[in-house]
Design a protein around this ligand. Sequence first.
Ligand SMILES: NC(=O)c1ccc[n+]([C@@H]2O[C@H](COP(=O)([O-])OP(=O)(O)OC[C@H]3O[C@@H](n4cnc5c(N)ncnc54)[C@H](OP(=O)(O)O)[C@@H]3O)[C@@H](O)[C@H]2O)c1
Length: 275
Amino acid sequence: MQTFKNFNYALFGNPINHSKSPLIHKLFKKQTHILHIYKAVNIPLNQFSLLVYNFFKNNLKGANVTAPFKEEAYFFSNKLTERAKIAHSVNTLKKIDNTTILGDNTDGIGLLSDLQRINFIKKGFSILIIGAGGAVKGILFSILSLNCTVYILNRTLSNAKRLVEQFSKYGNIYIFEKNNFKENYFNLVINAVSRNVVKEDFVPLSVLSDQTFFYDMNYDVVDTPFISWSAKIGSKLISNGIGMLVFQAAYSFLEWHNIFPKTDYIIDILNKKQS
Ligand SMILES: NC(=O)c1ccc[n+]([C@@H]2O[C@H](COP(=O)([O-])OP(=O)(O)OC[C@H]3O[C@@H](n4cnc5c(N)ncnc54)[C@H](OP(=O)(O)O)[C@@H]3O)[C@@H](O)[C@H]2O)c1
């Protein structure tokens, strides 16, 4: 059983043993000199609400939430930011007072900030998103807000359809099928499928061009299957998801402390550690 005496911010997930978030937050703390002691806590699958409630009753002031608890965190929160309401998913919790826990979702703004940093996105882009899980729920509103047209490709069609229904009121979003794609090519392909499951021929080459950007939200290894595939088909416009990870953490830090930490050198540190 964790005691919580030694930390006031946490990451809750299962599993969380390889998470880079504690390192990112250690670097934020060093940079800002704020009393911010952040620890990753593995939560048993059926105990999220009970344990998190107890943490907040004790020292905890804020927390990040990762898979598989983002939806549970949405229901756990008794106040929500607009973007968390739209996503139906929470990755950031903040104790407002003894009876109020605010739920936020910083995945979308985190991804958008990184795509803008590396010039991988512009207004009106045509974007293919592979995957329809919790992370995609978090990013769709930010992308649609830029007037981009989004196509979803997912193993389970019903999950993709559910997302299209949920988000079609915010912009142009469709299921991807080879014969419903009316544009010349995708400007950007985002991989949001859990790691290491990309297949060789999953996207037809006819919908790609040498101008297409490839972004993998995964970041656990240098050459994820998606990154290897993008390179193999000849692209040089490829990025992993480390920048997104650092930005979503920075926006959580902003929520907690009202300070937006510098991010670029932290992205460099994490990328160097990886290579
Ligand atoms: N860089 C960042 O800051 C950041 C932030 C959030 C998430 N992520 C990463 O994004 C990825 C997705 O996260 P998530 O929370 O959305 O996960 P999730 O809710 O578990 O969704 C997983 C997605 O992967 C698909 N999938 C799983 N196994 C598959 C297989 N064998 N073949 C084909 N598709 C498969 C699922 O399809 P079905 O619908 O068919 O099950 C679903 O679309 C994770 O790897 C996570 O680490 C990165």
